[in-house]
Design a binder for this molecule. Sequence first.
Ligand code: ATP
Length: 315
Amino acid sequence: MSIIQVENLVKRYNGVEAVRGVSFDVREGEVFGFLGPNGAGKTTTISILCTLLNFDSGVASVNGFDCRKEANKVRSSIGLVFQEVTLDNDLTAYENLKFHCYMYNMEKKLAEKRIDEILSVVGLNDRRGDLVKKFSGGMKRRLEIARGLLHRPKVLFLDEPTLGLDPQTRSHVWEFIKNLKKTEGNTVFMTTHYMDEAEACDRIAIIDNGRIIACARPDELKRAIKGDTIYIKTANDEKARLEIDEKFSLKAKKTDAGLSLLVDAGEKFIPRLFERLTVEILSVNLKKPSLEDVFINLTGREIREYGPPPQRMRG
Ligand code: ATP
């Protein structure tokens, strides 16, 4: 069953199309990732779904509520964690959560029960009385996610949840997001430009230049790239290149470190290479297709070729 439905969504900023007719749906209980380079339209789309931004045409609904006509119902059924830290540094973790419950008009006893539960979920129960300014980046992010979950939203929206965090903290936050599905049964919609995060989603939509260029499970997208890359270094690369052409009818490319060639099933091909090449092989590396390769295949560019994030004003 679809919990988010988007059809032909268009958003223009001063006449410039940032989102150009995007359509997709998110199923209940899945972790759905929106992957794309800076400026692709990820934040714009997530802001529309969270009813923070108007759109020009198309249809968007969350939890069965229309994002334009039933914005209040959408808002009360979602949790939201944006890129910027929005916690109050001079309040404790507990006070930050309490304030959120107050804003959501939650009854006092229920609020306290939920705060207790959620602090355990994010592993911050023993730090509940500490001022947020003493927290690390990862702890703050976990607290923000906890706050986003307090009113038991069916869908949790996360915009670049691990942006700016160190690798270890990123992996902790990510583990926690994956667990949410098991512990809280949430649907998670997140944006990212990190390939490894996108790999861990149940399904991803790849967005580029305001358009969705692919939407499927990460393994399905990678399977569409036919071929593994084998990197080899030999005692005589030029001779090896000629032998590969002659014996396997394959064109190996010269690289800085040796040769590379595209084959169907790399693990089966490597033993044959050892068997038939007369040149001594010094090293072999097998690379399965990655989401980066999927992106290159679809757009002809690398995601990381893009420059730093563009300056943005919200609204
Ligand atoms: P990032 O990873 O940098 O957050 P993104 O994929 O989220 O990028 P968006 O922020 O949605 O991309 O931006 C999509 C396009 O719309 C970009 O070209 C951006 O410059 C433009 N844009 C975004 N917000 C505004 C705004 N408030 N006014 C004008 N243009 C905007």
